[in-house]
Design a protein. Structure first.
Length: 319
């Protein structure tokens, strides 16, 4: 009896310790979350119509810097079989605003697929939190586009046909650049230089709502990226910046993550209120696995989102 009582007390103490260690905001939980995201959103997403490893390996035609920081760099893939200037698709990777890169956080199908359609394709790196702010990251997206357009003649880019796209945190950044013109203006551009925006399974389009509804696991990440000042959070929320003017056209694609769906619907509504052309398409996939797959498989002809994006690009580019 005495032994059973001691064991019970020990178990209660152990459970109490475990609960304390697992409290929201604890660094252990954040590290576990980051490890899961890196595994599922980076190299680990291998399920789908084909394995990621089966995707064609495509080397960039050029890699160059668009700023003085080592992370201000991009890869450029030239359109195939095109005589004269071709449209440009620019991809911005995800990673919680604090990690990831163009080398590991994009689709391996995308470069060959989009250049095969006759489009130029670029994938960019950008400065990361906490060394940089989200405002500086949005500025980097605009600076990368400016660097590409400054080389339009050399690279064979049609300056009048440019779409920016991004996944996860990258989806937030391209949506922000597409709704708040200050970032383009600071780079010497405007909404007239962007024909369309494709945010891919992002969230934090409304920062305060995401911090409220996104669950405890990511709270430290959101605070690190967006801080606690409501004025700053609003300024970094594409949904709340979507009053006219905006980039001319948006395609919102996402899987069936509850917070992602709610955020995409709210951004769609905000863009419609601003008089901006917008389409929203939902695809199979749940949780982090679905979140990873819509990025890693985009450009795979067997993946459901690929022909949807292709048709939208054809409508925007007229080819």
């Amino acid at each position: 009896m005495r032994k059973s009582l001691l064991l019970s007390l020990g178990a209660v103490a152990l459970i109490g310790t475990t609960i304390a260690q697992a409290a929201p905001g604890d660094r252990l939980r954040e590290r576990l979350k980051e490890r899961m995201e890196n595994r599922q959103g980076g190299e680990g997403a291998r399920r789908g119509p084909q394995r990621d490893a089966d995707a064609p390996r495509t080397r960039p035609d050029q890699t160059f810097a668009y700023g003085s920081d080592p992370l201000q760099a991009l890869d450029f893939y030239k359109a195939k079989g095109v005589a004269g200037p071709a449209p440009l698709v620019v991809f911005v990777h995800g990673g919680g605003w604090k990690r990831g890169s163009k080398d590991v956080a994009g689709s391996r199908y995308a470069p060959a697929h989009y250049t095969g359609l006759g489009y130029n394709y670029a994938a960019i790196n950008y400065r990361l939190v906490p060394a940089a702010t989200v405002e500086q990251q949005a500025a980097d997206v605009a600076l990368a586009v400016k660097a590409l357009l400054d080389r339009a003649r050399e690279l064979g880019i049609d300056r009048s046909k440019v779409v920016i796209t991004g996944h996860s945190a990258g989806a937030h950044l391209v949506a922000l650049v597409g709704t708040d013109e200050q970032y383009l203006r600071a780079a010497g551009l405007s909404f007239a230089d962007i024909d369309g925006v494709i945010p891919n399974d992002g969230a934090a389009y409304d920062v305060a709502a995401q911090m409220k509804d996104g669950g405890p696991m990511m709270q430290d990440t959101y605070v690190q990226a967006f801080g606690t000042d409501p004025v700053r959070q609003r300024a970094l929320s594409p949904t709340l910046q979507a009053a006219s003017p905006n980039a001319p056209s948006f395609l919102l694609i996402h899987v069936q993550r509850q917070d992602g769906v709610a955020q995409a619907k709210a951004l769609e509504a905000g863009l419609r209120r601003g008089g901006t052309a917008v389409e929203r398409r939902e695809f199979e996939g749940r949780g982090m696995q679905g979140h990873a797959e819509i990025n890693r498989q985009l450009g795979n002809p067997d993946y459901a989102a690929t022909p949807v994006v292709d048709a939208w690009l054809k409508g925007v580019f007229g080819r």
